[in-house]
Design a protein around this ligand. Structure first.
Ligand code: PEP
Ligand code: MN
Length: 337
């Protein structure tokens, strides 16, 4: 249920509403807008329905959220949320670029790529230290050393870092280093991991599972917000379809649908979405046109030597070129870069 207060509601009235909701054993999430305060009431629906929420002084309206997802629903905030990753706001007017290698491989590799992508206009550095690989015999990431190398690259370039956490047992360690935690497609429905990151106050980028519907993605995000962490970004990274000519099928339908269904910022990863280096720029431009708040791309200075996903990594020069073209599209759809 969503309570919207009147513009002239006093702080005392708002506190009274919140205190009462908590007294009833329900949760209250307060979002403050310029004119009104939105109070989300969370708990068993039948229990909420019997409470006289409309009777409080200072209340303008009480509306049920009929969707299965509540806290992530657009109406819960009534406006787009911005998530700050190390001081960089995602979800505002600015289109934010995240770039870096699939995996962190060495100090020289990560710092060289970090410098190149920063110069081209990327704001956030990506790189995996814990890698979810299809084969147990493939490179699994450098683990803690990878996190330390990311921290070195952050120190050198000033870029905040996003990196994947695969397991609850590594969460404390990864959260020590990461400015934003990435939950990979394969873990989108790892509910214990979602709950654990929900208890932290660190931004989380949740990637869509390869067989997940948009609704599944929203329901998974709901787990994180339900634990109290509202700093969540959603990432479309391609889904499995019958198509075999591309690695995945980048579902750009998800972008406008998610933008209207949720207040959370939307990231698109065209790299894993299509998986073919030559075609990534086209899909990146399309993602900007579709309204993404952020684009994530894999870049490598020597893709032929990459320990993972070399075939889909852009060279730094390709990245620079696509960023320039993205600026024009961003401008056309009213965004800044
Ligand atoms: C990645 O970003 O490197 C990655 C493994 O992505 P996904 O979880 O989307 O496959
Ligand atoms: Mn990858």
């Amino acid at each position: 249920m969503i309570i919207i207060t009147r513009p002239d509601a006093t702080e005392e009235q708002i506190e009274h509403i919140v205190a009462r909701i908590r007294f009833w054993g329900l949760k209250a999430e307060v979002s403050r807008g310029a004119m009104r305060v939105v109070i989300g009431v969370i708990g068993p629906e039948d229990k909420i329905r019997e409470k006289p929420l409309g009777a409080f002084p200072g209340v303008e309206s009480v509306t049920p959220v009929l969707k299965p997802y509540k806290l992530v629903a657009y109406e819960f905030r009534g406006t787009a949320s911005q998530v700050k990753i190390g001081g960089i706001g995602v979800g505002g007017k600015e289109l934010v670029l995240m770039a870096g290698p699939c995996s962190v491989e060495s100090e020289d590799q990560i710092t060289t790529i970090a410098r190149a992508v920063r110069e081209a206009g990327a704001k956030i550095l990506r790189g995996g230290a814990f890698k979810p690989r299809t084969s147990p015999y493939s490179f699994q990431g450098l683990g803690k050393l990878g996190l330390q190398l990311l921290a070195t690259a952050r120190k050198e370039t000033g870029m905040p870092i996003i990196t994947e956490v695969m397991d609850t047992k590594d969460l404390e360690l990864v959260a020590e280093y990461a400015d934003c935690l990435q939950i990979g497609a394969r873990n989108m429905q790892n509910f214990s991991l979602l709950r654990e990151v929900g208890r932290l106050n660190v931004p989380v980028m949740l990637k869509r599972g390869m067989s997940a519907t948009i609704k599944d993605l929203l329901m998974s995000a709901e787990y994180i917000l339900a634990e109290g962490n509202f700093n969540v970004l959603l990432c479309e990274r391609g889904i499995r379809t019958f198509e075999t000519m591309s690695r995945n099928t980048l579902d750009l339908n998800a972008v406008p649908i998610l933008k209207s269904e949720t207040h959370l910022p939307i990231v698109v990863d065209p790299t894993h979405g299509i998986g073919i280096r030559q075609h990534i720029p086209s899909m990146a431009l399309a993602a900007v046109a579709a309204g993404a708040d952020s684009i994530m791309m894999e870049v490598h200075n020597a893709p032929e030597q990459a320990k993972s996903d070399g075939e889909q990594a852009l060279l730094p020069n390709d990245f620079r070129d696509v960023v320039e073209r993205m600026r024009a599209v961003a401008k056309a759809v009213g965004r800044e870069m």
